[in-house]
Design a protein around this ligand. Structure first.
Ligand code: B12
Ligand code: SF4
Length: 498
């Protein structure tokens, strides 16, 4: 069977990285293991028009990934495919997994979408593929309309699916169980990506060729439930791969694929510290520690002891992030972060003492934030002084507690799912005294105050990569920090001078 997996195009307001999509890598690997011929069409890097690609490849089954701001593009891609051929179209990813807001049904109500997979995708995707494949064998005149016939109701027992039979009826099956044995999964199928078309992991900071930059996931899930985090959409159960299994993939990335950097994408990699120490030992023992790696999404500050960080540094860890979120002591309790500021201070101290570069994640405009608490966030970022401070505009994603708070007591400012991005100077909601104007002012102030410090600039200028990335970073800084009105004036001034 021929299968295509699609990442629809989505333009972020800033020039962020593009990376091979791990979800598609995993699903592609599952399909290949099943014996399918697989293609990945990543619209972020593809130059062949979708319709032309479809006519060339003639797929039997299509899978499209989607997060919240991407969903409209996913529907558009699905409509473009249905215009060309009546084949089954499956949507999966974080956005369509939000059952509390019926976002699975919102997608299958679209005439061009047949099935939605909620939550972790590998099991349901394999089950769908098996059903489509056996249907295909009996039906030479294969159409999605026939496959979704209510009389057949072929998907009624497949867990994790919401689907629409061809009489228009919507169905929601029970959730699929979480994958408890992550070692049973194949590695992401990197050979399906056009690797030379991607950026490296942190293009603002490191000048590493993108085709030699890889991601890995050593665990899935997170046992915490911070009120703002979309992780709450996914299974709560934290599960880890064995260190042996991880190091085998690591060896493959380094030895077979020539990795020059590796990004660990786990949400909370350090839930079990022994596991990380063991992994570090294995990386060292296998002589893989010459390749630098990064905890891209942060590790828990309350589980970041100095000894463990020293060991990880020896294993090649170059940089780690920590989710700090707010500089206000009361706010950090309110958002259920389950960590206090002294612990965070200690974690940054430990990381720096271990010789690691640090990243801090901060949020501007949490429910309950005031000018004073947001200023405390900026001040705390300056006190912690990470190499990168990443300030996000609070964006209430459906399925989160903050979303419920805003729905009850505030006002959303988004017009469309496409507005659900947080690296933009635009406020996404208002609540009480927390106005859009105030959040936008403090967001710009955060970047200005943090980055425009002589100490910071002097330190950045000592890094070779800073100069290699200078033009790009200047462009991003301009787009992030300069207010819209000033931008228009600046643009007008530039234009009239030309
Ligand atoms: C790496 C990453 C990025 C990277 C790279 C994206 C890429 N090309 O892979 C970058 C930095 C570019 C990025 C950007 C953004 N991201 Co991001 N990102 C992640 C992160 C940390 C890991 C993604 C990943 O590889 N996961 C591993 C795979 C295996 O898991 P998965 O993607 O969930 O896929 C599984 C299921 O969802 C499902 N599935 C997914 N797709 C499909 C498709 C089919 C057909 C099927 C059957 C199943 C299926 O099966 C998969 C396997 O089990 C996640 C957090 C997380 N833990 O997942 C956030 C996350 C996906 N990002 C998020 C967000 C909000 C964004 C941004 C909108 C942020 C912003 N700037 O405003 C942008 C949007 C960018 C865009 N172009 O769409 C949210 C999404 C929330 C939501 N409601 O949609 C997440 C969940 C983080 C969070 N906890 O809030 N991101
Ligand atoms: S912010 Fe981090 S710790 Fe909190 S729920 Fe999300 S992934 Fe877990």
């Amino acid at each position: 069977m021929r299968v295509v997996l699609i990442n629809p195009k989505f333009h972020l307001p800033i020039d962020t990285r593009t990376s091979p999509h791990l979800a598609l890598g995993y699903l592609g690997a599952v399909s290949e293991r099943r014996g399918d011929t697989v293609r990945i069409y990543d619209a972020d890097v593809e130059d062949q028009p979708l319709a032309e690609f479809l006519h060339e490849f003639k797929p039997h089954l299509v899978g499209i990934t989607t997060n919240t701001p991407q969903v409209r593009q996913s529907w558009r891609a699905a409509a473009a495919i249905k215009k060309e051929m009546d084949i089954p179209i499956v949507l999966g990813g974080p956005h369509v997994s939000v059952v509390s807001e019926e976002l699975d049904f919102e997608s299958i109500r679209q005439p061009q979408v047949d099935i939605v997979v909620r939550g972790e995708g590998e099991g349901p995707w394999l089950a769908i593929s098996n059903i489509v494949d056996s249907y295909l064998r009996d039906q030479p005149e294969f159409t999605a309309t026939g496959l979704m016939d209510p009389g057949l109701d072929l998907f009624r027992d497949t867990l994790g699916l919401s689907y629409k039979t061809s009489d228009g009826q919507l169905h929601r099956n029970a959730d699929a169980p979480v994958i408890s044995d992550l070692d049973s999964l194949p590695w992401p199928a990197y050979h399906l990506f056009k690797m030379n078309r991607y950026t490296n992991l942190q293009p603002a900071t490191d000048a590493i060729p993108g085709e030699r930059s890889f991601s890995i996931m050593t665990s899935r899930g997170c046992p915490y439930r911070c009120t703002f985090c979309s992780q709450s959409i996914m299974p709560i159960k934290w599960r880890a791969r064995s260190s042996e299994n991880v190091v085998e993939e690591w060896r493959h990335l380094v030895r077979d694929l020539g990795a020059l950097e590796i990004g660990v994408l786990d949400d909370s990699a350090n839930i079990r510290r022994n596991r990380l120490s063991e992994l570090a030992d294995l990386i060292i023992a296998n002589k893989l520690n010459h390749v630098p790696w990064i905890f891209v999404n942060g590790i828990r500050a309350n589980l970041a002891e100095y000894e463990m960080l020293v060991k990880l540094k020896q294993a090649g860890l170059k940089r780690t992030a920590f989710g700090v979120e707010t500089g206000d002591e009361e706010m950090i309790v309110k958002i259920d972060k389950h960590v206090d500021h002294d612990t965070i201070r200690q974690a940054f101290k430990n990381a720096k003492a271990a010789g690691l570069e640090t990243i801090g994640f901060f949020i501007i405009g949490l429910p309950g934030d005031t000018r004073e608490t947001m200023q405390k966030t900026i001040d705390f970022a300056i006190e912690l002084d990470p190499m990168i401070a990443n300030f996000s505009m609070m964006t209430p994603y459906p399925g989160t507690i903050v979303y419920e708070q805003v729905k009850k007591n505030g006002r959303f400012l988004m017009q469309d799912w496409e507005d659900y991005v947080f690296f933009d100077a635009k406020a996404r909601y208002e609540m009480g005294d927390l106005t859009a104007e105030l959040m936008e002012e403090m967001y710009r102030k955060a970047y200005r105050q943090f980055y425009w410090r002589p100490k910071y600039i002097a330190r950045a200028m000592r890094r070779k990569d800073f100069w290699l990335k200078f033009g790009r970073n200047l462009r991003i800084a301009y787009r992030t920090v300069v207010p819209r009105r000033e931008k228009t004036e600046l643009r007008r001034a530039i234009e009239s001078a030309q």
